[in-house]
Design a protein around this ligand. Structure first.
Ligand SMILES: Cc1ncc(COP(=O)(O)O)c(/C=C/C(=O)C(=O)O)c1O
Length: 357
C-alpha cells in the first residue's frame, strides 16, 4: 500500500530513519508518447517526466535523501552551487528541515523560475561572478573546512535518491527493462545515478537485463561527448560553456568518470545537440504530447532523434527519455519564441474569426 515515490524504496536508501524530510517526491509519470515516437522513428517512446516533482525537477529525489542525512548528521548549514534547480530544491527541503541554506549561482545565468524558488524559500542566494564550475569550487572548499554541508552531487546521499528513477521506470514497465534510456547531462550525476539504480535491481535479481545509457549535451557544453567520442578516460574541462539550456551550462562535470563508465559499461553513447534542436524538441513535446519541459530537459528528445538517425538506437526499440525539469522554470525562454497576440474586443464575430484563423 505504499505510494510510488522515493521512500517506497526506503530499504534501498542509505538513511536509517523513519522520519525523512519529504514532500512526496518521486512517483512521476512514465508517459507513452506515440505521436512523438512516430516522428522520431522509435516503436515505443516513453517520457519519464521529472518536472512533476515538488519543486519541478529530479533534484528533489536527491535532496530528500541528502537533507534527511544532513539532519541525521546534525548539520546546521547546507549549501550548494547550482545552475538553478539544485538551489531551488535545496532551498525548499532546507526550509522544511529548518536548516540554514546558502546557494551560489552563476550571476545572470539562472532561469527566472528557479531564482524565484530559491529566494522565496528563504535561502541565502549568492550570485557569483563566474560559471557554475567556479561556484562549485568555492562550496567544495567550504565543505572541506566543515563550514557547510554540501548537497551537490559530489554528496553520495544525493545520488542515491536519484537511483529511484530507475526503480520506478522498471516498476512502471511491469519490471521489464527499456532497451535505451536517454538523459540530458550537465554535472553528470543523474545519468550515473540512474545507471546505478538499474545495477541495483540487476544485482538483486529483480531484472535480468540492463538498458543502454545515452547522454545528451548542448553543443556549447559537451565535455562528456568529446571524451566518449575520443575514447578518453577523463574529460577536458570547457572553461567557457555556453547554451540556452542554462541548466546544463557546465564545463567541468564532477561526475564525469562515473558518467563515462555508465555510458561505456551499458553499451550506450553520447551526442551533442544545438540550441535550435533543443528549443524545437521542447516545442514538439509540448504541442504533440502535452508535456512542458525546460530546455535542458528537451535535450534528451533532441538527442534521441540523432541517436536514431545515426543508428545508435533502432526503430523497433523501447526507449525512455528522462525529462528533468518543468517548463515553468524558464518562462523567459518560452516567451522569446512565442508571439502573444494583441488584445481584441470580446465580441463573438471577432473571436470566431480568430479561432478559425
Ligand atoms: C533540468 C536539468 N536537466 C539536466 C540537468 C543535468 O543533470 P546532471 O547531469 O545530474 O547535472 C540539470 C542539472 C542541474 C544542475 O546541475 C543544478 O541545478 O545545479 C537540470 O537542472
Amino acid at each position: 500500500g505504499r505510494r510510488l515515490g522515493v521512500w517506497a524504496f526506503r530499504e534501498l536508501l542509505p538513511v536509517n530513519t523513519d522520519d525523512p524530510v519529504t514532500m512526496s517526491e518521486g512517483g512521476t509519470g512514465l508517459h507513452p508518447c506515440p505521436r512523438l515516437g512516430e516522428e522520431l522513428g522509435v516503436r515505443e517512446l516513453f517520457v519519464k517526466n521529472e518536472g512533476e516533482n515538488p519543486t519541478g525537477s529530479f533534484k528533489d529525489r536527491g535532496m530528500t535523501v541528502g537533507v534527511t542525512k544532513a539532519v541525521e548528521l546534525g548539520a546546521e548549514v547546507v549549501a550548494c552551487a547550482s545552475t538553478g534547480n539544485t538551489s531551488a530544491s535545496l532551498a525548499a527541503y532546507a526550509a522544511r528541515a529548518g536548516l540554514t541554506c546558502a546557494v551560489l549561482l552563476p550571476a545572470g545565468k539562472v532561469a527566472l523560475g528557479k531564482l524565484a524558488q530559491a529566494l522565496f524559500h528563504g535561502a541565502r542566494v549568492i550570485p557569483v561572478n563566474g560559471n557554475f564550475d567556479d561556484a562549485l569550487d568555492v562550496v567544495k572548499k567550504l565543505a572541506d573546512e566543515g563550514i557547510v554541508y554540501i548537497l551537490n552531487s559530489v554528496n553520495p546521499f544525493r545520488l542515491s535518491g536519484q537511483r529511484t528513477i530507475a526503480y520506478e521506470i522498471c516498476l512502471q514497465l511491469d519490471w521489464e527493462v527499456p532497451d535505451a534510456v536517454v538523459v540530458p547531462v550537465g554535472n553528470a550525476g543523474n545519468i550515473s545515478a540512474i545507471w546505478q539504480g538499474f545495477l541495483d535491481l540487476y544485482r538483486l535479481g529483480i531484472i535480468d537485463e540492463l538498458p543502454r545509457m545515452y547522454g545528451v549535451q548542448a553543443e556549447g557544453a559537451r565535455p562528456i561527448v568529446e571524451a566518449i567520442r575520443r575514447g578518453k578516460e577523463d574529460i577536458e574541462p570547457d572553461p567557457e560553456p555556453e547554451t540556452v539550456a542554462t541548466a546544463i551550462r557546465i564545463g567541468n562535470p564532477v561526475n564525469a568518470i562515473k558518467a563515462l563508465r555508465a555510458i561505456r559499461c551499458s553499451g550506450g553513447w553520447a551526442v551533442e545537440v544545438s540550441d535550435e534542436e533543443i528549443l524545437s524538441a521542447q516545442r514538439e513535446l509540448a504541442t504533440r504530447e502535452g508535456i512542458f519541459v525546460e530546455p535542458a530537459s528537451a535535450a534528451s528528445i533532441a538527442g534521441l532523434r540523432k541517436f536514431v538517425e545515426e543508428g545508435e538506437i533502432d526503430a523497433d526499440e523501447r526507449v525512455v527519455c528522462v525529462t528533468t525539469g518543468h517548463g515553468l522554470k524558464d518562462p523567459e525562454t518560452v516567451m522569446e519564441v512565442c508571439e502573444l497576440p494583441e488584445p481584441v474586443e470580446p465580441d463573438p464575430e471577432t473571436i470566431q474569426r480568430l479561432i478559425a484563423e
